[in-house]
Design a binder for this molecule. Structure first.
Ligand code: NAD
Length: 472
């Protein structure tokens, strides 16, 4: 079956295609159309003219369209989960959880569409302002280009398309090469929901080939990108004065203070380190544990890791399946070996089993090792002991990244201190950095990017504030 791109409400099968294989067993899933720069220009032109329709659509209509997507997704949730599990190699239970979150994200978008508002300004607070009223409202920007990664192809698309439509923008969506089916599935739901033609365009193909055409077109008013820091930097350099949101990588850290309740936190930490084979932007990569509980924590963590079931993503029992590509498995294996040669010890794992890289626990890791200072984006976690809290905070902060950081402590003063001193977009007290619900402000500092998602915050970044004052 050959899947087309979705432009101006029409599916267009292209001459150039690429085969899409399932990451776990390599089975052929579909042939995907490869858009070229001309297709991208056509998609942007269509989105640009559809903006005339979208900007006039009342808020309740935009809300209804999003609510219809919610309803359809609820009705087709198992189908969506199976699709996601197949194309991303995501264990089916994890895939179902993502669909659940995607529904919530679109629900938030449907609600947010109705409450995009401004404020009144007390003009007479300044001398010379008397006798005037002042107020603001927010206006949509126009065409938004949304470039998405493979790891949450439903929910991260929802975090861009949801707020863009809620605000009255039009969208040109470029899904990751490995996960186009979920984006095309969503496009179908929006069409069924009555979204005007051209308001959501989906172009599939190589990011490297299409990147310039997507980013450099002056009709595009905003680029919202989630993916690697490397590509993010390239996009930012080309965006000029246009608005950009960048949701990039991380090597997320967690501090475990001596008063943490190990029974409750160990399963949570194991989940944070290995869910979707660690291919999560806020996957738990570095655990700093107070020396007084280090040994017990490590032993129990490894014990719990051994319980994980690895294998076929379609199996209901599977916790950890294959990584997205063979070359990714090779990359992480070479990083682990490099660490071992430099003195790290393997507490568990450290090898592959067919297409799956086993959940891996590393000990005696030094911060300059790639497995610590770079983003592993793989099922590999390191556990490091610390003596004093400041040392742990300093270790966590010694990173080019800063997305979410977690700390377990029962001490309020410690929690506040960590919240203040940790350099990150979010500090999660008494949970893993992998915690996210979809309306919280979410985004990074340093090379983790800038701008925030979490529907309300994304809407702010996808609208322009207009100020009006009237002299009475
Ligand atoms: P990636 O950067 O390789 O690709 C992301 C998207 O960019 C894909 O659609 C790809 O086709 C496109 N792309 C590639 N080259 C491009 C170019 N030159 N111009 C324009 N677009 C281009 O990332 P990935 O492997 O799909 O995802 C993994 C990365 O995403 C990790 O670094 C992860 O941390 C990050 N991520 C961040 C968040 C977050 O919210 N901060 C969430 C999920 C993933």
């Amino acid at each position: 079956m050959t899947k087309g791109i979705f432009v101006n409400g029409v599916w267009q099968v292209k001459e150039r295609t690429y085969p899409l294989y399932a990451p776990y067993d390599g089975r052929l899933l579909a042939h995907i159309s490869k858009a070229d720069a001309g297709d991208v220009r056509e998609a942007i032109a269509g989105a640009h003219s559809a903006f005339d329709v979208m900007r006039k659509l009342p808020a309740y209509r935009r809300s209804e369209i999003l609510a219809s997507v919610v309803l359809q997704l609820k009705q087709r949730r198992e189908e969506a989960a199976q699709l996601l599990s197949l194309e991303a190699g995501k264990p089916i239970r994890t895939a179902r959880a993502e669909i659940g979150r995607t529904i919530t994200t679109y629900e938030f978008a449907a609600e947010e569409a109705k409450r995009i508002s401004g404020e009144t300004i007390p003009m007479d607070a300044a001398p010379g302002g008397e006798g005037r009223v002042g107020f603001t409202w927010r206006e949509p920007l126009g065409t938004v280009v949304a470039i998405c990664p493979f790891n949450f192809p439903f929910n991260l698309v929802a975090h861009k398309v949801g707020p863009a439509i809620a605000a009255g923008n039009t969208v040109v969506l470029k899904p990751a090469e490995q996960t186009p089916l979920s984006a095309l599935f969503i496009a179908e739901l929006f069409r069924e929901a009555g979204l005007p033609d051209g308001a959501l365009q989906v172009v599939t193909g190589s990011g490297r080939e299409l990147g310039d055409a997507l980013v450099e077109d002056e009709r595009v008013k905003k680029i919202t990108f989630t993916g690697s820091s490397e590509v993010g930097k390239r996009i930012k350099a080309k965006a000029g004065l246009r608005k950009v949101t960048l949701e990039l990588g991380s090597n997320s850290g967690l501090i475990v203070e001596p008063d943490a309740a190990l029974d409750a936190i160990i399963p949570r930490c194991v989940e944070g380190a290995f869910a979707f084979a660690g291919q999560v932007c806020i996957s738990l990569q570095r655990i700093y544990v107070h020396e007084s509980i280090y040994q017990e924590f490590t032993d129990r963590f490894i014990e719990q890791t051994k319980q994980l079931r690895v294998g076929d993503p379609s199996d209901e029992q599977t916790d950890v399946s294959s990584m997205i590509h063979e070359r990714e498995t090779e990359r992480i294996h070479s990083w682990v070996q490099e660490a071992v040669e430099a003195g790290a010890r393997i507490g568990y794992g450290g090898r592959r089993e067919n297409s799956v890289y086993l959940p891996t626990v590393l000990l005696d890791v030094k911060r300059e090792m790639a497995v610590s200072c770079k983003e592993v984006f793989a099922p590999v976690v390191s556990i490091v002991a610390y003596k004093h809290l400041e040392e742990a905070i300093e270790s966590v902060n010694d990173s080019v990244y800063g997305l979410n950081v977690g700390i377990y402590t029962q001490n309020l003063t410690t929690a506040f201190r960590a919240a203040k001193e940790i350099q990150a977009g979010g500090v999660i007290v008494n949970d893993i950095p992998t915690f996210r619900v979809d309306h919280m402000p979410y985004g990074g500092v340093k090379e983790s990017g800038y701008g925030r998602e979490g529907i309300k915050y994304a809407v702010q970044e996808m609208t322009e504030l207009k100020f009006v004052t009237m002299k009475l």
